[in-house]
Design a protein around this ligand. Structure first.
Ligand code: ATP
Ligand code: MG
Length: 609
């Protein structure tokens, strides 16, 4: 995408502008920003998750990109532009040709060589820096691009928010050591904060899971919006985590010396956890209290999908009063992806008796019992060592009670398998967690040595020793954040662009017939242009003022000016701030100064509450 610094201050005339607004929302869009951006003819859907940018949309996009470029320049990052069409080999070396699985658009050239449309560019930037640089004297360096990325998302949705072709700013830092990496990371992180503030987008920085990107420390910038696909948790002390990255604080071990040996109980009609609890309370009632769902350990059979398409079954054990969270399981067992196992898959393991699956035929217990091809067993982090459980006895209509974790059974690993609940203790110990939804608008990674080692990018240090280069990578979803701006700044009539990204600052409506009015509007617009103020002029003939006003609200320029009735009456122009602000009528010869004042007020940094 080209820079748009020489934005012309020639007015955009609605009479000739390539624009057709729609009267109604498109029926197949699920969120407000997508509906409005399409209705206002900023973008057009060409295929699921694939969009065209129309003139006004492109102006907003260019402004968002300019802000990103300015902030990258401030921290010394240099812009380059790599191809999106890339050969397979580098991605093969880092294993990501497979790890990204079906998410990569793969294609073949006429010689049957494999290519991909890049989902992200760590490999290519590493190779680029490696090709040109070989000494500590060359470092640090940070390169970035603003470029179209391709991901064959399983569920393209929410307009630009989850596209299959989308625009990303991706930056890569190369440093001699870890300290250097930390400095670059801090610079990028600070630049991101400035970018989002200038864009008028609220954000929360959360600890994140780095996924197939790899590396150690990673944080995400989430725009807190109910339409988001991510959930983040916040502690009373103000720390925040994507729930995928939240580690449950370790539980104290429980003394089980007084827990009786486990025994079996006949439990017919225990189809659900509630039924099981009722049955236990009638056939095996306890003296101290009633049985509760929290006493049961449910074992859920999952199909784990390897990136190459192979699968295996695993079982996850979690307290009966908690829900499984497949995304959290995936984050722990990356790059495996999870789905609930089907009955056919279950049938391949006769030791798994549906509805009565228990730990004694799973994982380490299965191996001890000599079961062939044992199913791996993972236990949720909410199961304390020494705790006693009711669980399936691996035969029909039977459960075992007093099964002690650490005495009677163990697992192949402890993972974060359950959904977190309000009230769960936060990892920083400051109190219970609270939860919100968010849209990921950026992510920063301390990659460490993963890519430099895989692709042999070494430099000579001060002592002439060859050492691998430390790397970080930093992404902003440029097209996604544009949609988030509209998501934060709209009402039921249309968009209300922040002045920093609006296609024009002022929308002038000619609302009346006759030369006098149109001449006055032209004069006003010329004066605004002299002040380098960008204007859309609705000079359409034979379009009613009502339609023009509706379009002005829909398109969402920050200031709407009307030359119409008031002008005929007493030579004044109506001015209004689109986002619920002031509205006034001023004499035509003072209107430009008034607009300048309004622009200045609207240019104050956003208070993002
Ligand atoms: P998600 O979890 O939403 O799929 P991701 O973590 O896979 O995103 P990254 O690899 O971190 O994405 O990419 C950097 C940024 O690119 C993200 O923070 C996001 O803002 C943007 N992005 C990622 N996928 C998409 C997409 N399908 N459409 C639009 N923007 C995207
Ligand atoms: Mg991410």
């Amino acid at each position: 995408m080209t820079n748009f610094e020489n934005m012309t201050s020639e007015p955009l005339r609605m009479s000739t502008l390539f624009l057709r607004t729609l009267r109604d929302n498109p029926a197949d869009e699920d969120i407000d920003s997508a509906k409005l951006l399409i209705r206002a003819a900023y973008i057009r859907k060409e295929a699921p998750g694939v969009f065209a940018w129309l003139p006004l949309g492109l102006r907003v996009l260019n402004k968002v990109e300019s802000i990103v470029r300015e902030e990258m320049a401030k921290i010394g990052a240099q812009e380059v532009h790599l191809p999106a069409l890339l050969p397979r080999e580098p991605y093969e070396i880092t294993n990501r040709w497979e790890e990204y699985g079906d998410n990569i658009f793969k294609l073949k050239d006429r010689h049957k060589a494999d290519y991909l449309l890049a989902p992200t560019h760590e490999e290519m930037f590493t190779l680029l820096a490696k090709d040109l640089y070989s000494s500590y004297k060359d470092l640090p360096v940070t390169l970035y691009q603003i470029q179209t990325k391709y991901r064959d998302e399983a569920r393209p949705r929410a307009g630009l928010i989850r596209g299959r072709e989308f625009i990303m700013k991706d930056a890569y830092s190369f440093t001699l050591d870890e300290d250097g990496l930390r400095r670059c990371y801090a610079d990028q992180r600070a630049a991101y904060e400035r970018v989002y503030q200038r864009l008028g987008v609220k954000y929360v920085i959360v600890h994140a899971f780095s996924g197939p990107m790899g590396g150690s420390e990673s944080e995400e910038f989430l725009a807190p919006l109910p339409i988001g696909e991510d959930t983040f948790a916040q502690s009373p002390a103000g720390k925040a985590w994507n729930v995928e990255a939240l580690k449950t604080p370790a539980l104290d071990s429980i003394d089980y010396s007084a827990t009786p040996q486990s025994s079996d109980v006949n439990t017919p009609q225990a189809g659900s956890i509630d039924d099981l609890v009722d049955t236990l309370n009638s056939v095996a009632s306890r003296t101290d209290r009633q049985w509760e769902s929290a006493d049961t350990l449910k074992n859920i059979v999952l199909t784990a999908h390897y990136p190459d398409g192979k699968t295996k079954l695993i079982v996850v054990g979690l307290p009966g009063d908690r829900q499984i969270d497949l995304k959290r399981v995936e984050a722990c067992l990356s790059p495996l992806e999870m789905s609930l196992a089907t009955d056919e898959e279950l049938a391949e393991h006769p030791e798994l008796v549906k509805g009565f699956i228990g730990p004694m035929v799973l994982g380490p217990q299965a191996q001890a019992a000599g079961i062939e091809n044992p199913v791996e067993y993972y236990i949720d982090a909410h199961v304390a060592s020494g705790s006693a459980w009711v669980s399936g006895a691996n035969k029909a209509d039977t459960h075992s009670i007093n099964l002690v974790y650490g005495r009677d059974f163990t697992a192949d690993g402890v993972i974060e398998a359950s959904q977190l609940n309000p009230g769960d203790m936060s990892p920083d110990g400051s109190g219970p967690l609270s939860f919100e939804r968010g849209v990921e608008i950026g992510q920063v990674f301390q990659l460490g040595l993963k890519y430099s080692k895989a692709l042999s990018f070494n430099v000579l240090n001060e002592n002439g020793k060859s050492v691998p280069v430390w790397m970080g990578s930093y992404g902003i979803g440029v097209s996604r954040v544009l949609a988030c701006i509209a998501e934060f700044h709209h009402d039921d009539k249309g968009i209300m662009w922040p002045i920093t990204v609006a296609p024009a600052q002022v929308h002038v409506v000619i609302a009346g017939k006759g030369n006098e009015i149109s001449q006055a509007a032209e004069d006003f617009v010329q004066k605004l242009a002299k002040e380098n103020i960008e204007v859309i002029l609705d000079d359409r003939a034979k379009v009613s003022p009502g339609v023009k006003f509706n379009d002005a609200e829909l398109l969402g320029m920050p200031i709407i000016a009307v030359v119409g009735k008031s002008f005929t009456k007493d030579g004044s122009i109506e001015l209004r701030v689109r986002d619920g602000g002031q509205s006034m009528t001023v004499p035509a010869d003072q209107a430009v100064d008034q607009v300048k004042d309004m622009i200045q007020q609207l240019s104050q940094p956003y208070t993002l509450d």
